[in-house]
Ligand binder design. Sequence first.
Ligand SMILES: Cc1cc2nc3c(=O)[nH]c(=O)nc-3n(C[C@H](O)[C@H](O)[C@H](O)COP(=O)(O)OP(=O)(O)OC[C@H]3O[C@@H](n4cnc5c(N)ncnc54)[C@H](O)[C@@H]3O)c2cc1C
Ligand SMILES: NC(=O)c1ccc[n+]([C@@H]2O[C@H](COP(=O)([O-])OP(=O)(O)OC[C@H]3O[C@@H](n4cnc5c(N)ncnc54)[C@H](O)[C@@H]3O)[C@@H](O)[C@H]2O)c1
Length: 470
Amino acid sequence: MTRIETDICIIGAGSGGLSVAAGAAQMGAKVVLLEGHKMGGDCLNYGCVPSKALLAAGHKAHETSVSAFGIAGHAPEADFAAAKDHVQGVIETIAPVDSQDRFEGFGVHVIREFGHFISEREVQAGDHVITARRFVIATGSRPFVPPIPGLETVPHFTNETIFDLRARPAHLIIIGGGPIGMEMAQAHRRLGSEVTVLEGMTALGRDDPQAAAIVLEKLRAEGIGIVENAQVSQVAGTGSGIRVTTEDGRGFDGSHLLVAVGRKLNVDKLGLEAGNVAHTRRGVEVDAGLRSTSNRRVYAVGDAAGGLQFTHVAGYHAGVIIRPMLFGLPAKARTDHIPWATYTDPELAQVGLTEAEARERHGDRLEVARFPYHENDRAIATGRTTGFVKVMVVKGKPVGATIVGAQAGELIQIWALAIANRLKMSAVAGMVAPYPTLGEINKRAAGAYFSPRLFENPWVKRVVRLVQRF
Ligand SMILES: Cc1cc2nc3c(=O)[nH]c(=O)nc-3n(C[C@H](O)[C@H](O)[C@H](O)COP(=O)(O)OP(=O)(O)OC[C@H]3O[C@@H](n4cnc5c(N)ncnc54)[C@H](O)[C@@H]3O)c2cc1C
Ligand SMILES: NC(=O)c1ccc[n+]([C@@H]2O[C@H](COP(=O)([O-])OP(=O)(O)OC[C@H]3O[C@@H](n4cnc5c(N)ncnc54)[C@H](O)[C@@H]3O)[C@@H](O)[C@H]2O)c1
């Protein structure tokens, strides 16, 4: 057994752990980084990166098939295995950024073993016992596979295996209509599969319903079957495929099955009892600074911290904990300014409060400013007129924004900036945006907030009439 003493021991080399390691080591801390599986974690290997790469292949197929602007579309010859080569190629291109070599170059001691606490200040990983001043739990999550009768005997995919499938599924049934289910549904449909999504409640149910409805309408128009209120209660193999049955007795037949019903946090095999780290099924119990409430040497970041499950959140968490760990400065994690996007076509993006949340929290003080894509000149010129932006405003400041439409994930960023820095609507309205860009949609939404104040205000008219006399 080798004993190692270090300043910081990070468990997990995914989005969160790597961000902590890179920052801490480059600022002079001694860092040990444990990774039991693949460097880069979920995002690089089974999550964001492969899903966006597969969506890009689907997008190309779709664009090829559409007739527009005087250019005739034609049926694409989609080579499914080649699309998967593209997915692997993208992973391999990005992988060096997350690699053991790169982190060793920063001076990080990388150990390729799973770690678990053996005491409040010791973690064991293979033959190593690491004693550290501080520990960071960055162990992420894995697909939750629910105990649906039959599922244990019927072959099925999760996000950890679907990207290895090289033969196009004839009919993919997806259990779960969250972001994973919807992104994978559109990618597969556009690459030539029949797709049925079975959602127990409401598809894209965490998002604004008006915005989600626009995405669902487009997906259905592309031929994806989306069945809501369809809680799957049984799965069985048929001679040639699978049959999925819902609680109300409806049956759905397909050739392949993808389970996308949420995540299970990787905290169960961490020896958290031995480490005196309080936790629940929802993650490590942390205070506002992401520090364990029971063992003050321990921090948690990313999915393991039990909040929003996004790569940029894991990266943000890393920045939050580096302040106290390296400089002894206080820091608190905010959630009100965190954006997210679902990369279907059209994209769906949110930051801060949805309209319903803002109404509940702020009541009559809430004003909602809107602007539709179909009044934006660039959207008209490029045929991307579906969608809208709406901004939830309280006392002149945005508290949330929803965008559905082309490049919503890019367009939401200005509202993320505004909310993070508590800017007023006037900051966005006063910005000069290049013409013609989709980004003008945001400026026009801010303008829509001020329009009634300027154009329907009798005082403004009186002042203008008065000034005109001189
Ligand atoms: C299909 C899919 C698509 C997604 N798309 C997006 C997207 O577009 N945008 C976005 O922001 N987010 C997306 N996400 C979410 C994103 O991938 C996660 O939120 C993010 O990866 C979380 O980072 P993390 O560092 O907490 O965990 P992870 O990236 O999961 O990393 C945890 C690492 O810890 C390792 N580990 C676990 N236990 C131990 C142990 N005991 N010892 C040592 N190592 C251990 C694991 O092997 C893993 O490498 C997607 C997720 C999925 C599944
Ligand atoms: N673009 C992105 O940023 C992106 C993309 C994919 C995933 N993610 C992250 O990964 C997380 C997990 O995504 P997800 O889609 O797996 O989970 P999710 O929890 O968002 O959605 C799962 C859906 O499955 C449904 N469900 C559960 N059990 C069911 C059953 N038996 N039958 C039918 N439906 C059932 C739920 O009602 C829910 O709507 C997301 O919350 C998100 O944080 C992000």
